[in-house]
Design a protein around this ligand. Structure first.
Ligand code: GTP
Ligand code: MG
Length: 195
């Protein structure tokens, strides 16, 4: 896709009213620090449109990026951020759930997991939620540049088994450094907004 414009249009906090967008939405979910904002920047060829950070918990709002005035990328707050109190974490879980439930334009949820580690309990919960709500799950295994090439297949197998996904579920390795996987992810996004 040719990116003609990309701008942060709406920022929602815990108590904000969610926007009633009329264009398709693609959401990015995953635990804190997994690379959601980096993936968004990578897909859009922008260095720092979505704010990234080495310390987890950077994105604490739901951010809607308007792409080409016909598509939204939705950067969700990372779950499982330890330094945030349980109460706030619960509120955020509810907010994410509310968004995923209420959006009428959501076409796909990309679930990001770190390719180096087995997915955690929250990842499994999020995966099951995506499936239960009728979305085709797409797993993005991030930080591909941090493992040896020879480890890739084994790690993907662990991710597939831990999440309990079938063979038909796509797991796409991605690196924000090399941009490997970018084209495949865009193809998937384009397919999902056609339908
Ligand atoms: P929260 O907003 O806290 O939920 O985090 P996030 O999921 O948006 O992660 P973010 O994109 O801010 O990335 C977290 C850290 O991981 C940053 O230091 C990034 O530079 C780094 N990072 C993200 N993706 C990659 C990658 O593919 N390769 C490498 N080497 N580092 C990455
Ligand atoms: Mg972020």
């Amino acid at each position: 896709m040719v990116i003609k414009s990309a701008e942060l249009e709406t920022v929602c906090g815990i108590t904000s009213k969610l926007p009633e967008n009329t264009f398709p939405e693609i959401a990015f979910a995953g635990k804190s620090n997994v690379g959601k904002s980096s993936l968004i920047n990578g897909l859009l060829n922008r260095k720092s449109l979505a704010r990234t950070s080495a310390s987890p918990g950077k994105t604490q709002t739901i951010n809607f990026y308007n792409i080409n005035k016909n598509l939204y990328f939705v950067d969700l707050p990372g779950y499982g951020y330890a330094k945030v109190s349980q109460e706030i974490r619960n509120k955020w879980g509810k907010m994410i759930e509310r968004y995923l439930h209420a959006s009428t334009q959501l076409k796909a949820v990309l679930l990001l997991v770190d390719i180096r580690h087995a997915p955690g309990e929250n990842d499994v919960t999020m995966y099951n939620w995506i499936v239960a709500n009728g979305y085709e799950p797409v797993i993005i295994a991030t930080k591909l540049d941090k493992i040896k090439r020879s480890q890739k297949d084994k790690n993907i197998k662990v991710i597939r088994e831990t999440l309990g996904c079938g063979k038909e579920t796509k797991i796409i390795p991605f690196s924000a450094v090399s941009k490997q996987g970018k084209e495949e992810i865009w193809n998937l996004i384009e397919d999902s907004i056609q339908t």
